[in-house]
Write a protein that binds this ligand. Structure first.
Ligand code: PEP
Ligand code: MN
Length: 340
């Protein structure tokens, strides 16, 4: 339920509505980024819905009370009709420009990372990606360089000016990763790690939330709701392919998740064609399809020596191929009135 206040309503009137919401056992939520005076009522409204609408409708300063039927309230378009633009420094995700984040799957060494950061920047990437904490299927596989990797990423940012997106896997590492990262990545495997979602919701750093391997679009939005309801509305959603019976690609790209998400939520949507396909040969086609289909950005794996990459080599583009793709993307973007 949302309560739309008169824009001229006094602070006292807004406060008394908030106090009333608390008094009857719900949680008031005001979106600090929004000009309109809209108070969301969070909690399970159940059978009391109709009474509550009438009750709040009668309070001074209230213009209208609306019920939001979606299970994701704060993430829904009904609550927030305009697109949310997530800012990373002076970069805007969700505006006209399609933002490309590129870099290696894992940070492997300082030399590899810095070189790649310069290369992806020269090709037009606006954000640098690289994992320091790696969620690997096997406990014997390379687990990432940890804080040492974060320090290398910070150095790459210092040298190139590119902001950093990197994964955080554990609630205990959120503060550490926040010291170095501009965007916190929640990996597919952690999409429903609710403690982690709450923790990244309690900071103000933008969050790149990846769709789980076996999760519905609806589940992705419920996970975004966990983050926003803790106070952090800087959430970027990422489609990265889902597990299906099809095994010609590593995952199945759910390209229609893009228009569905754009319809259901105000949050920016990006696509990761590297994990979605698992093969570098298919990455460019799917990347172009995503841009044509309305994605606000892409997350791409690029490696200077994919054959020797410590993770995800087969799906990583070489820097020259990445530069080619960026040139093509700019033409696709133009065709849909966007720019790269
Ligand atoms: C990654 O971005 O390297 C990654 C591990 O992605 P996902 O969580 O989508 O598998
Ligand atoms: Mn990867």
């Amino acid at each position: 339920m949302i309560i739309i206040m008169d824009p001229r309503a006094s602070e006292e009137k807004v406060e008394s509505v908030q106090e009333e919401i608390k008094a009857i056992g719900f949680r008031p939520f005001m979106n600090p980024g929004v000009e309109r005076k809209v108070i969301a009522v969070l909690g399970e409204l159940d059978v009391r819905k109709a009474d509550l609408v009438e009750h709040f409708q009668a309070m001074p300063g209230v213009v209208r009370v609306e019920l939001i039927s979606d299970l994701w309230k704060l993430a829904s378009r009904s609550y927030h009709p305009e697109n949310t633009i997530v800012t990373i420094g002076d970069i805007k995700v969700g505006a006209d420009e399609i933002i490309v984040a590129a870099g290696p799957c894992s940070v492997e060494s300082e030399r590899q990372t810095i070189e790649l950061a310069h290369q992806v920047k020269a090709a037009g990437a606006k954000v640098f990606r690289g994992g320091a904490f790696k969620p690997r299927t096997s406990p014997y596989a390379f687990q990432g360089l940890g804080e040492k990797g974060l320090k290398i990423l910070a150095k790459a940012r210092k040298e190139t000016g590119l902001p950093i997106v990197t994964e955080v896997m554990d609630t205990h590492e959120v503060d550490l990763v926040c010291k170095y990262a501009d965007v916190l990545q929640i990996g597919a495997r952690n999409m429903q790690n609710f403690a982690l979602l709450k923790k990244v919701g309690s900071v103000r750093r933008p969050v790149l939330l990846k769709r789980g391997l076996g999760s519905k679009v609806k589940d992705l939005l419920m996970s975004a709701e966990y983050i926003i309801s803790e106070g952090n509305q800087n959430v970027i959603l990422c489609e990265r392919g889902i597990t299906t019976f099809e095994d010609s690609t590593r995952n199945t790209t759910d390209i229609s998740a893009i228009p569905v998400l754009k319809n259901w939520t105000h949050l920016p949507v990006v696509l990761d064609p590297s994990h979605a396909t698992g093969h570098w040969q298919y990455v460019a086609s799917v990347a172009k399809a995503a841009v044509a289909g309305g994605a606000d950005g892409l997350l791409l794996e690029v490696h200077n020596d994919p054959a020797h990459a410590m993770s995800d080599g087969p799906q990583s583009l070489k820097p020259e191929k990445f530069a080619d793709l960026m040139r093509q993307l700019s033409r696709v973007a133009q065709a849909v009135d966007r720019l790269v």
